[in-house]
Ligand binder design. Structure first.
Ligand code: APR
Ligand code: PHB
Length: 389
C-alpha cells in the first residue's frame, strides 16, 4: 500500500489526526491492533478542554457533543467537610465540557465511516522501517498476509504500550517517570450525579472523585492501594467508602445503585523525549501519560495532534518543514506544563503511604492558600480549562 501518513493506532489521537489531515487533502491510513468494538469498549475519562472541542468542530464532529455534552463553569475541591468552588468562568471566561472519551472516539469513527475512510483493524506484528530515511514504511500482518505501507511520515498514536516509541533508538530516547503508590478504583452507575459539578475530595481516608457522563450516568472514583483487587470491593463497600471521603452535605445527596463497570487504574506520570525521530512523530499516550487527577490525558493528546496537523499541513501545502522541525519542542513545552499540573493536583488531593505530618500540613496550607488567594484559584482554573495551544 502507499499513503502520505501511516497512522499507528485507532484511538482518539490517531482518528482525530486522520480527519484533520483529510480536511487538508492529506492521505493517511490508520492501523489498529484491536477490533473497533474493543476500542469503543474502553471506559476512560470525560472532561474536554475547548481546544479539543474546537478540533472536533473543525472536522465536523461536534454535533452530538454540542447536544449531549454538559458545560461546567466550575468544580469543587473538598477537604474533609470544607468545600471550595473553583469558578472557571470567573477566572478564565471558559467552561469545560463533560462528555465521555468513549463518545468522542465513537463520533470520530462515525465521521470516518461517513467519509469512507477505512481503518485496518486487528493488525499484528506492526513494524516501522527506515524512519531515519526519506522513504519510511510500515509492515504488518493481517489474516496471514504480510502488508507493507510506503509512506512519507509515520504518526505513532498507539498509546503507552504501542510499538512506535519503542522504534526510537535507546541511545536517543530519554524517559522521565513518577509512579504513584496508589490507584483509582472507579465505578460507573446508572444513577443521577451527586452534584451539578465534579467534586475532587481529599480526606483522611484518601482521595475521591464524583464525576458524571449524563443526568442518569455517574462516574465515581476512590483512591485505593495498588494491591487491591476489584473483587475485594463490593458495590456496598465502595459506596460506604465514598460517603466517608466526601463532605456529609454531599454524602446526603448520594444516590447509590449497582455498578455497571468497575476497574482499578494505576497512576503514573511519564514523558519521553524527543517526540519526533526522523520521519516518526509520537502523539498522546505513546509519548506521555498523566495521572487522571487533572483530566488531561485526552486533552494533551489533542494538543499534540493539533501541532502535528499544523506541521504536516505546512510541509504538504506550503513546502516548509519549520513545523516538522519544531514539532517535538513545541509539543513537549505544553506537555511538561500539563504534567506539572496533573502531578500537583495528585500531590494536593491524595494521601501518600509515606506521608508525614509535615507533608499533611503542606497540603492543608496549599488548600488554605487556594481558599484565600484569587491568583491561586485563577492558576488552577487556567490549567484546568486548558492552556492555549
Ligand atoms: N499496532 C496498532 N495499534 C496499536 C498498537 C500496534 N502495535 N499498539 C497499540 N495500538 C492501539 C491501541 O489498541 C489503541 O486503540 O493504539 C490505540 C492507542 O489509543 P489510546 O491508548 O487511547 O491513546 P491515544 O489515542 O493517544 O489517546 C490518549 O487515551 O488512555 C487515554 O488517558 C488517555 O485520554 C488519553 C487518551
Ligand atoms: C471522569 O469523568 O472519568 C474523570 C473526570 C475528571 C478527572 C478524571 C476522570 O480528573
Amino acid at each position: 500500500m502507499k499513503t502520505q501518513v501511516a497512522i499507528i493506532g485507532g484511538g482518539p489521537s490517531g482518528l482525530l489526526l486522520s480527519l484533520l489531515l483529510q480536511k487538508a487533502g492529506i492521505d493517511s491510513v490508520v492501523l489498529e491492533r484491536q477490533t473497533k468494538e474493543h476500542v469503543l469498549g474502553r471506559i476512560r475519562a470525560g472532561v474536554l478542554e475547548q481546544g479539543l472541542v474546537g478540533l472536533m468542530r473543525d472536522v465536523g464532529v461536534a454535533d452530538r457533543l454540542d447536544k449531549e455534552g454538559i458545560l461546567h463553569d466550575g468544580t469543587v475541591l473538598s477537604y474533609g467537610e470544607d468545600r471550595l468552588r473553583i469558578d472557571f468562568r470567573e477566572h478564565t471566561g471558559t467552561p469545560v465540557v463533560v462528555y465521555g472519551q468513549t463518545e468522542v472516539t465513537r463520533d470520530l469513527y462515525d465521521a470516518r465511516d461517513r467519509l469512507g475512510m477505512d481503518t485496518v483493524f486487528e493488525v499484528e506484528d506492526v513494524t516501522l522501517h527506515d524512519l531515519d530515511s526519506d522513504a519510511p514504511s510500515v509492515s504488518f500482518t493481517k489474516g496471514g498476509d504480510t502488508v507493507r505501507i510506503d509512506c512519507d511520515f509515520v504518526a505513532g498514536c498507539d498509546g503507552f504500550h504501542g510499538v512506535s516509541r519503542k522504534s526510537i533508538p535507546a541511545s536517543v530516547l530519554r524517559e522521565y517517570e513518577r509512579v504513584y503508590p496508589f490507584g483509582w478504583l472507579g465505578i460507573l452507575s446508572e444513577t443521577p450525579p451527586i452534584h451539578e459539578e465534579l467534586i475532587y475530595a481529599n480526606s483522611d481516608r484518601g482521595f475521591a472523585l464524583c464525576s458524571m457522563r449524563n443526568p442518569m450516568l455517574s462516574r465515581y472514583y476512590v483512591q485505593c492501594s495498588l494491591s487491591d483487587k476489584v473483587e475485594d470491593w463490593s458495590d456496598e463497600a465502595f459506596w460506604d467508602e465514598l460517603k466517608r471521603r466526601i463532605p456529609s452535605v454531599d454524602a446526603a445527596n448520594l444516590v447509590t445503585g449497582p455498578s455497571i463497570e468497575k476497574s482499578i487504574a494505576p497512576l503514573r506520570s511519564y514523558v519521553c523525549e524527543p517526540m519526533r525521530w526522523g520521519r516518526l512523530f509520537l502523539c498522546g499516550d505513546a509519548a506521555h501519560i498523566v495521572p487522571p487527577t487533572g483530566a488531561k490525558g485526552l486533552n494533551s493528546a489533542a494538543a499534540d495532534v493539533h501541532y502535528l496537523n499544523e506541521a504536516l499541513r505546512d510541509h504538504y501545502l506550503n513546502g516548509s518543514d519549520a513545523g516538522i522541525d519544531s514539532y517535538s519542542a513545541r509539543a513537549l513545552a505544553r506537555v511538561w506544563k500539563v504534567e506539572r499540573f496533573s502531578w500537583w493536583m495528585t500531590s494536593l488531593l491524595h494521601r501518600f503511604p509515606d506521608q508525614n505530618d509535615f507533608d499533611l500540613k503542606m497540603q492543608q496550607a496549599e488548600l488554605a492558600f487556594l481558599r484565600e488567594s484569587d491568583a491561586a484559584r485563577s492558576a488552577l482554573a487556567t490549567n484546568y480549562v486548558g492552556l492555549p495551544y
